[in-house]
Design a binder for this molecule. Structure first.
Ligand code: ZN
Length: 472
């Protein structure tokens, strides 16, 4: 394996989150009773005519702009002709010669090394139905047929499983930022095809194989490692790699030959006579450009200027909902670092421990800003802040009201605290002696006792200071 170099290109299929399908008014929705969400158009009945969904084009352009593509003013839908039971029309409407977006790319980072992965193109096409296999046989559900997809095709710039995953993560992050796809891998909203070949430095590229329809980053990573090893073994033993499509079996951790790989001419592409070419004016493209949100790379720079470390800035921008939330809280309570720390610890803890995959932040930005203000200005201590936050996560409320109503404000009154501490010292001569002797561990005991006596409201910092004063 050692002197073989991997050459990897990725094709990413991402379903667009439009309300309706690409060429008909059927709902674009995951699941449902099989074959209840299709019509003569998406199943290709004779005489049915497709009508293009403008929103799908808008979404595809939006993604294209976000990754620096050139948007073609003229692009064409073509028929890709092949038979497979999940494709009721026996052709898929796709794009070949004149795709909607070309060029562009993304910067990735693996082990501190930055690399730019170029894109070849992004084109628009329709999804196929789904085959469902069980022990009685195979069934077909056409609900997914005609759902709009973009296919994002990279140049073969990727050279390891780690780079492939970094690229896919970045791509998914961008799709979510521009809100054109929900990217739910468990629902197949985003799927990956891997093209892989091996060659030696300075020698021409090798023959590639394609692994289709992988549905997780882990599967992509494992499939790449397996397939590279398999090809190396074939080549090392003097054999030839065959150009073919291979199926990745996630359970077995192996790839299997499916069919020899076709070239595009095998599909007899031709322009769909039922659809006019798509013409997009510069004005139209610019109007979409104006709707682009601030992307992660821009926010990372901005957040560092607010005092966040690069690492924190990256962490908080990985998902747009977190970055938007951070900005909303900071706009109400201008302590970026403080807010970031709370989000990265308390909120991420909650999100990560949730059983649901796409949990939303359960506390409004307004209420978190209020809570952090109370904590920062010492009205409440950390324990109370955490306690309140826990309750707010279950059912959001205004923490200012709760602190007043429930008398949770921190005891900052020295005289009251001194009295309480005096009593604890008198009641615990042994611990006091230990503390005097310099055993700092007993400090925790005293703070605990004080918290007990004050129902958790004492200012722990103040308690420490007063204790030192009293025992000396
Ligand atoms: Zn339909």
């Amino acid at each position: 394996m050692s002197d073989w170099k991997m050459v990897i290109g990725l094709e990413v299929h991402s379903e667009l989150a439009t309300n309706t399908k690409l060429f008909c008014s059927c709902r674009n929705k995951f699941g449902g009773e099989p074959n209840t969400n299709c019509c003569p158009v998406c199943t290709g009945m004779p005489g049915a005519l497709p009508v293009l969904n403008k929103k799908a084009i808008e979404y595809a352009i939006k993604m294209g702009l976000a990754v620096g593509c050139t948007i073609n003013n003229y692009s064409v839908f073509e028929r890709k002709n092949y038979f497979y039971p999940d494709l009721s029309k026996a052709y898929q409407i796709s794009q070949l010669e004149y795709p909607l977006c070309v060029g562009g790319g993304l910067e990735i980072e693996v082990e501190g090394k930055k690399k730019f992965i170029n894109l070849d193109r992004i084109h628009v096409e329709e999804d196929a139905g789904k085959l469902i296999h069980d022990n009685t046989g195979t069934m077909i559900d056409y609900n997914r047929g005609g759902v709009p997809l973009i296919e994002i095709v990279s140049k073969p710039d990727i050279s390891s499983a780690e780079e492939a995953v970094a690229y896919l993560e970045k791509l998914r992050e961008t799709l979510l930022y521009v809100e054109v796809s929900d990217c739910k891998m468990q629902e197949g909203s985003i799927r990956f095809d891997v093209n892989l070949s091996l060659h030696k430095e300075g020698e021409p590229l090798g023959t590639r194989t394609e692994m289709k329809n992988l549905n997780s980053f882990r599967a992509v990573s494992r499939a790449i490692k397996y397939e590279a090893k398999r090809q190396a073994e074939v080549l090392n033993s003097g054999g030839k790699v065959i150009q073919e499509t291979r199926r990745w079996d996630d359970e077995a951790g192996k790839t299997y030959s499916m069919r020899t790989k076709e070239d595009s001419q095998d599909y007899r592409y031709f322009p769909d006579p039922d659809l006019v070419p798509i013409e997009t004016s510069d004005e139209y493209i610019d109007s979409i450009r104006k709707t682009l949100p601030k992307l992660p790379q821009e926010r990372i720079i901005e957040y560092q200027k607010l005092g966040l470390t690069e690492q924190d800035a990256k962490l908080i921008t990985t998902e747009r909902k977190n970055a938007d939330y951070f900005e909303a809280v900071v706009s109400l309570f201008n302590e970026p670092k403080f807010v970031c720390n709370w989000i990265c610890s308390e909120i991420f803890k909650k999100l990560n421990s949730s059983e649901e995959i796409d949990t939303d932040i359960q506390v409004s930005a307004e209420n978190l800003a209020k809570l952090l203000k109370l904590y920062k200005n010492n009205t409440i201590n950390q324990a109370v802040a955490r306690q309140l936050f826990d309750e707010m996560w279950k059912s959001d409320f205004d923490p200012e009201v709760a602190v007043n109503e429930r008398g949770l404000a921190q005891m900052n009154d020295t005289t009251d605290l001194e009295k309480i501490l005096q009593k604890i010292i008198e009641d615990n001569p042994k611990a006091t002696a230990e503390l005097k002797a310099g055993n700092q561990k007993t400090m925790a005991f005293f703070i605990g006792q004080t918290m007990k006596a004050t129902a958790g409201k004492a200012n722990p910092k103040l308690v420490g200071e007063l204790l030192q004063k009293l025992i000396n």
